[in-house]
Design a protein around this ligand. Structure first.
Ligand SMILES: Cc1cc2nc3c(=O)[nH]c(=O)nc-3n(C[C@H](O)[C@H](O)[C@H](O)COP(=O)(O)OP(=O)(O)OC[C@H]3O[C@@H](n4cnc5c(N)ncnc54)[C@H](O)[C@@H]3O)c2cc1C
Length: 522
């Protein structure tokens, strides 16, 4: 049996960031990964045709670039190859009449586009952006803190001191609001509201879900203030760099190494057993970057706390995602060529269709009109495709894990392996409406169903790209479950990190890094 100070289950970026910090503090670490390569939901592959590099899942690395982990290790990560391609036109929305609205890091440009819709909204935007640094202090310190009573109280007190009693009360109210409630009371133009509401759909905040206003606000303000970044040559640049950091310090990243069981003794985690029978012992910690429901399998005799086991079994997943990756002869011919310059074009033309797409997916139906997040990475990073060619990254939000029916009444099949290509055609039909001639530009196409996403990464349960609903009852203090938002479990030395834990999904490395700091110091 081989041993290490910490054994980490899953080489997603949280597991890797955790291992990298522990290794930097002198811990001997070993990471185990089911797949043949590390990265989890951050991987880049030639999925369609030779020379076309597609981010199979995450493409937008702004959360990683702005993370505390990157602040601590940015220069070292750069030595191991981490490179970003900055985006000055992060996102836009296209509407049914072919018009559009977007956000550019050039404030005058953004204001010009908003003014064409509403002078009042342009003034509001200016005021919100000017107030963002103060608000960001309150919000980012909350999002970047462990969910422990003391830290929460400290954060709220600081927010009240910074913003005054009225401002603090307003902040609390804002955190509870749905996207639509906040957007309706803040902006008068329907297009402005729609453009921002689309960000809620990256998580599971459809327009009317309480607690969802935060994400459209943060994405709007952060993209305006700092822009977006994607990985140079592909998102996997961050995984290569993380792995390099770990291995340089003698840590090991084992691929094709699924953990089958966590071993315990005297109420403490002592090691892991791999599917191929190999055993590893942990001197100080076992850290699972797994979906909560997987614990039932990893700890067949339970954690010793029935209430915890029941909470993990009851963990709620969000509806799924389907991905459509295209290799193209040229970028889509949107009605206005300006749209070719945006990293994301949201094809989500009004809030009601977003609400319907979410309700359909939740009810098990294939939406007639899903929300499409159309990523155009080659507009800022041409290195991802052969000269003058492009890749398109199309995220289809949202789809059911288990298909009960089709909201359009056209698709008969109910299993994803049969539906995948048929539904991809529906997506292409929608895109053709907004960018005619797209089909004629396709060199290669790969559709990835929610089931395929889960086959490639067990944490994406039912294709749930955020590894668990972020609704209020399962977020903040309650993620992954009340009483366990600080990455501990009832089993001594066993910790949980990853998107299912606080602070949730995205590539911000928050849980992995915060736990590692908790275990080994800053
Ligand atoms: C399609 C899609 C698009 C996304 N787009 C973005 C985006 O643009 N920007 C953004 O910020 N976020 C995005 N996200 C979300 C983000 O990618 C994830 O929230 C994040 O990468 C999760 O990281 P993680 O460290 O929690 O684990 P994951 O990346 O999910 O990795 C977990 C790893 O654990 C492994 N594993 C699980 N069980 C075991 C076991 N028993 N033994 C060994 N290994 C195991 C899995 O194989 C996997 O590799 C997207 C997600 C998806 C799916």
């Amino acid at each position: 049996m081989t041993d290490a100070d910490a054994l980490i289950i899953g080489a997603g970026h949280n597991g890797l960031a955790c291992a990298a910090h522990l290794a930097a503090k002198g811990w001997k670490v070993a990471v185990f990964e089911t797949a043949d390569r590390p990265g989890g939901a951050v991987k880049t592959r030639e999925l369609t045709a030779p020379g076309f590099k597609h981010d199979i899942a995450a493409m937008n690395l702004s959360l990683f670039a702005g993370s505390a982990f990157h602040r601590a290790y940015g220069s070292e990560l750069a030595e191991y190859g981490l490179a970003f391609a900055p985006v000055s036109r992060p996102f836009a929305s296209i509407f049914r009449d072919g018009s559009w609205l977007g956000v550019s890091t050039d404030m005058d440009e953004t204001l010009g586009w908003i003014q064409a819709r509403s002078l009042k909204d342009a003034e509001t935007w200016k005021t919100l952006v000017a107030g963002f640094p103060k608000r960001a202090d309150s919000l980012f310190s909350l999002l970047g803190s462990p969910m422990k009573k003391r830290a929460i109280a400290r954060n709220f007190l600081a927010a009240f001191r910074r913003e005054g009693v009225g401002g603090g009360r307003e902040l609390l109210r804002f955190l509870l609001m749905s996207p639509r409630a906040w957007l309706d009371e803040t902006f008068e133009s329907a297009e402005m509201r729609t453009m921002l509401a689309a960000w809620g759909m990256h998580l599971d905040f459809a327009p009317d879900v309480a607690g969802g206003a935060l994400f459209p606000y943060l994405e709007g303000m952060a993209n305006q203030s700092f822009g977006m970044v994607i990985g140079k040559g592909g998102a996997e640049t961050m995984i290569t760099a993380l792995t390099g950091m770990i291995e340089k310090r003698g840590g090991q990243v084992h691929c094709n190494a699924r953990v089958e069981r966590i071993e315990t003794s005297g109420g403490k985690a002592t090691g892991v057993v791999l599917a191929d029978g190999r055993r590893f012992a942990a001197r100080r910690a076992v850290i699972g970057s797994v979906a909560p429901k997987a614990l039932a399998h990893l700890l067949p005799e339970g954690s010793g706390d029935r209430s915890f086991d029941a909470k993990m079994a009851a963990f709620r997943h969000a509806p799924g995602t389907m991905m459509l990756h295209l290799a193209l002869d040229g970028l889509p011919d949107w009605p206005d060529a300006e749209l070719k310059r945006f990293a994301y074009v949201h094809v989500a033309p009004d809030m009601d269709m977003m609400a319907r797409a979410y309700a359909d997916a939740t009810a098990g139906l294939l939406a007639r009109e899903p929300v499409l997040v159309v990523g155009q990475p080659t507009t800022v990073d041409p290195s991802r495709a052969p000269q003058d060619k492009h890749v398109l990254w199309v995220q289809v939000r949202m789809v059911p894990a288990i298909i009960e029916g089709d909201a359009a009444g056209e698709i008969e099949a109910r299993d994803w392996d049969s539906v995948r290509e048929i539904y991809a055609e529906r997506v292409l039909d929608i895109l053709e409406r907004y960018a005619p001639g797209l089909r004629g530009k396709i060199i290669g196409k790969t559709a990835v169903s929610p089931l395929d996403l889960e086959r490639g990464n067990a944490n994406l349960v039912g294709g749930d790209q955020i590894c668990g609903s972020h609704h209020l009852a399962q977020n903040f203090l309650f993620r992954p479950a009340p009483g366990f938002a600080d990455w501990h479990t009832p089993v001594g030395n066993l910790h949980l990190v990853g998107a299912a834990t606080w602070p949730g999904a995205g590539v911000g490395a928050g849980s992995g890094y915060m736990l590692a700091c908790q275990l080994a110091g800053q």
